[in-house]
Design a protein around this ligand. Sequence first.
Ligand code: G4P
Length: 539
Amino acid sequence: MNSPSASTTTSGRVAQEAERRRTFAVISHPDAGKSTLTEALALHAKMISEAGAIHGKSGRKSTVSDWMEMEKARGISVSSTALQFEYGDCVINLVDTPGHSDFSEDTYRVLTAVDAAVMLIDAAKGLEPQTLKLFQVCRHRGIPVITVINKWDRPGRAPLELLDEISERIGLIPTPLFLPVGIAGDFRGLLRRGEDGAAAEYIHFIRTAGGATIAPEEMFTPEQALEREGEPWETAAEESELLSATGQDHDQEMFLAGQTSPVIYASAMLNFGVRELLDTLVALAPAPGPRADIAGTEREPAEPFSAVVFKVQAGMDAAHRDRLAFMRIVSGEFERGMVVTHAQTGRPFATKYALTVFGRERATVDTAYPGDVVGLVNATALGPGHTLYVDKKVEFPPIPSFAPEHFATLRARSAGKYKQFRKAIDQLDSEGVVQVLRNDLRGDASPVLAAVGPMQFEVVTARMQAEFNVETQLDFLPYQLARRTDSESRAELDRQRGVEVFTRSDGAILALFSDKWRLQYIQKEMPELTLELLVAATD
Ligand code: G4P
């Protein structure tokens, strides 16, 4: 037999490595338990010996990034990072979404870098606004969703009622893999559903002090479970059959198509259901697949290296005021130090400083594979949506900019700082921190900033001060929504009351409206005008 050539062995290795990766993000409303779940996952992966080392509430040891005083003051993390760990034969990449109640474009961009999402729901609260918005983005992008109903150790709603809410409000069919034994507040364990909803197994959890260590599990047969738990077991078994009768059993194809969602009941705080979530990710979540480029040609994971930048972040740490571009590897093997091509400029790009970042922890990355997230240091030319590649040229479609809902003008308080101010605006714009709009009437001295969430403005003013030493004045504008228009419609729109037209730095022409009634009126009176919806989470 001929020995395989070097390139076939590389692509074989890459295919194998890609196959064992699972890259996902948790989508949730604040307080649903995302940080607690992240800790619990890390604990299961044995990265940390005791839960509480990652998220810094209640004075526990904190490794949450405090790149800005603003973050510290609020006790939140604005920065998105990625956590990688091995679990069994798999490599799990958990890409973190910003943890604040506010939205920013970053939250959406993270979802362009993952292959699956875990929708985390508080058992007492059900679906909440931010979860809904993020779910819509997943749907829009065709990302399969696994549902975790958290805080089952606390009084909450009935298990099936929560499932009904999911199917009724978002049209996603929940297909539980596990049902809770014991009502919310009396969480004893999980019933694993088998063929046709028949109870396959009882997983009984044993509490540990403060949920600080992995909760030991005891497995029982359904017969033993009935004897041990009595009525709560019977209820769970009946509910399981009921779900089968309405067709709510797992179907892999429907899950991957985003029509159904496997459900797990859990308590992130007590580490109940966390192993089950990891096993589900391994068994059901998709491995990195091919990605279509702008011409529609698919880049397969085993092809030469390519990656998409999904997020740029600066000034994460006062000690190193650097700028990190996070890329998600689409294909091939990444080796630190390799020279790649930046598709947007055609220029070579050296990757000497490649990192993984989680919280304050930074580690050098030497090799990485499809699905992995790598931070490149001081990657000034890179912006969200940019492509890097070697060998065979590829350019992936840009990340859509989401519909802004908040608008403000920004100006330097001191005229003497104008030059720095302009430089800073260009920098923040290229990083995608905020959208920058201009028109001739307003000029360049006080550009209009457009944001998906108002916290983006705070990031801008804080960075203006801290990094560029420019004090700024932010004034909100009375606009509530934006539509994309074109140069033909522009003149007419400019004449309308309650409307102002701008050019965004990517060349898009945006019309801002004072409110939806104004927009509706104009659409009705002048149907010939181009007024397109921008990509919005709520479309
Ligand atoms: P977030 O990142 O989604 O915003 O939520 P986070 O994990 O910070 O959790 C929010 C609150 O909910 C925390 O309480 C946390 O302890 C609690 N929590 C998370 N998961 C569970 C769970 O499974 N069961 C119960 N009972 N509580 C849970 P806190 O009082 O705000 O903070 P802390 O003092 O407990 O750290």
